[in-house]
Design a protein around this ligand. Structure first.
Ligand code: SF4
Ligand code: SF4
Length: 430
């Protein structure tokens, strides 16, 4: 493992979008006739599922695939399950999709209600982790993480989203309330609010620090904030949480405030949608709404070879289906016309060095990509700092040979995790 200073030779000048001066209310997407929920659990043909086609479900109901499952989703509508089937996620990760026909009735399961006056972290983690913004309450409730600093992100991590800025500026009363609730729940002594430079906010809370974040990508990524603002380099293979710092989005904090105030959970997520013409719009959608319903509302038509990116232009992923659903932490959707999709190639690296110069983690990217292309994942980690990558995607952006470096890196990390899990399993069985 090579240890390198965490400073690239030159900084890119790609700017985050700043929220407009007088942001409008997001346009509401009507609740679709079918919603789709993605469950992080895979179907096993040898077992009988706990949920099945034809089951009646209520809004707010937790859905588990098997009786013993720990993973669940929460239905955002009341209706009937129409399908339970396998869904191929990134890198062939198999999930389960649950399609629910919306019956537009008011049946609602509100298990959180009886906990809403108690301010207990375990209950919050149990009932609120799938709120819009996906608050990391399980991490906060896990004593193994020893979180001492909570960073409320009012900055968006990718350049195509203004969702967090929107909540930072337009819902400041709920944001303050949510921060007070989190203080009460977690007792974490150090609370920091990150704010984009150039945006003024009305969110003073006694003892809370405010960090102004530069609008230059990738300065709003958590590991960059750790380095630039908290003077903490996250070592290879470690997370911010391993260093005692937990990040939570402004949307998630507002969601928590609303849940305690209303004694009920809600499912409306704000998503930034960028059309083929580059025009960006914030939309309010129910979690589980398929992307196609949002595109229809915006009159965006897609053709066979167009691309839909979930997440930002640098570190998002393309989905193979327009039925991909909006999840609790999806901030951005980009639709690219087939004619304007950036070209990628399988050409060899020409050693121009641009990727090395731009990499904020100072990784020898040209050497790393060779290992990854040859499926040498352990060498990529041990000799070329694979795990030091902060996943900004800038190397792919500048690559002269148009090598999809970032996709190689994501796949490499995924394969490395699998190798490590296999080694652990073999060790446990030995
Ligand atoms: S994505 Fe590329 S540029 Fe960004 S940290 Fe990783 S290797 Fe460096
Ligand atoms: S930018 Fe692309 S071509 Fe240039 S050194 Fe890096 S990998 Fe090779």
């Amino acid at each position: 493992m090579i240890k390198r200073p965490f400073i690239g030779l030159f900084q890119p000048k790609l700017k985050y979008d700043l929220l407009e001066a007088d942001p409008k209310e997001p346009e509401v997407v009507p609740v679709p006739s079918n919603i789709l929920l993605l469950l992080n659990d895979s179907l096993d043909s040898s077992k009988i599922t706990f949920i099945k086609k034809g089951d009646q479900v209520k809004k707010g109901e937790k859905l588990f695939l098997y009786k013993e499952s720990t993973e669940h989703v929460i239905s955002s509508v009341s209706g009937v399950i129409k399908r339970v089937e396998s869904y191929a996620g990134e890198f062939g990760n198999i999930k389960t999709s649950i399609v629910i026909g919306n019956e537009n009735n008011d049946d609602f399961v509100n298990d959180f209600k009886e906990h809403a006056d108690k301010f207990e972290l375990d209950a919050a983690a149990k009932f609120l982790k799938l709120l819009p913004g996906a608050p990391p309450l399980e991490i906060l409730a896990d004593p193994a993480h020893k979180i001492h600093t909570l960073v409320i992100s009012g900055v968006d991590e990718d350049i195509s989203s203004t969702v967090r800025q929107y909540f930072l500026t337009t819902e400041s009363a709920d944001l303050k309330e949510g921060i007070q609730i989190l203080k009460k729940l977690t007792q974490i002594p150090k609370i920091i609010l990150t704010v984009p430079e150039g945006i003024s906010v009305d969110t003073e809370i006694s003892g809370m620090q405010v960090f102004n974040i530069s609008p230059v990508y990738p300065d709003a990524l958590p590991k960059m904030i750790m380095k630039n603002q908290l003077s903490t380099i996250v070592p290879q293979g470690k997370t911010c949480e391993d260093m005692g710092v937990c990040f939570i989005s402004s949307e998630a904090v507002v969601s928590i405030a609303k849940a305690y105030r209303d004694k009920s959970i809600h499912f409306e997520k704000i998503v930034c949608v960028t059309g083929k013409d580059g025009v960006r719009k914030r939309m309010k959608v129910l979690i589980g709404t398929p992307v196609i319903s949002i595109l229809k509302q915006l009159n965006i038509h897609t053709n066979e070879n167009d691309r839909i990116v979930i997440g930002g232009p640098f570190n998002g992923f393309s989905t193979f289906t327009v039925y991909h659903p909006v999840g609790p932490c999806m901030d951005s959707i980009i639709v690219q016309d087939s004619g304007s999709i950036p070209y990628v190639s399988d050409s060899a690296c020409i050693n121009c060095g641009k990727c090395i110069k731009i990499c904020p983690a100072n990784i020898p990217v040209n050497l790393l990509v060779r290992q990854l292309a040859a499926n040498l994942f352990e060498d990529a980690e041990e000799k070329f700092d694979l795990e030091a990558c902060i996943e900004c995607g800038l190397c792919s952006y500048v690559c002269t040979a148009k090598i999809p470096i970032f996709q190689y890196i994501r796949l490499g990390k995924h394969e490395l995790l699998k190798i490590k899990a296999e080694v652990e399993t073999e060790g446990a069985n030995a």
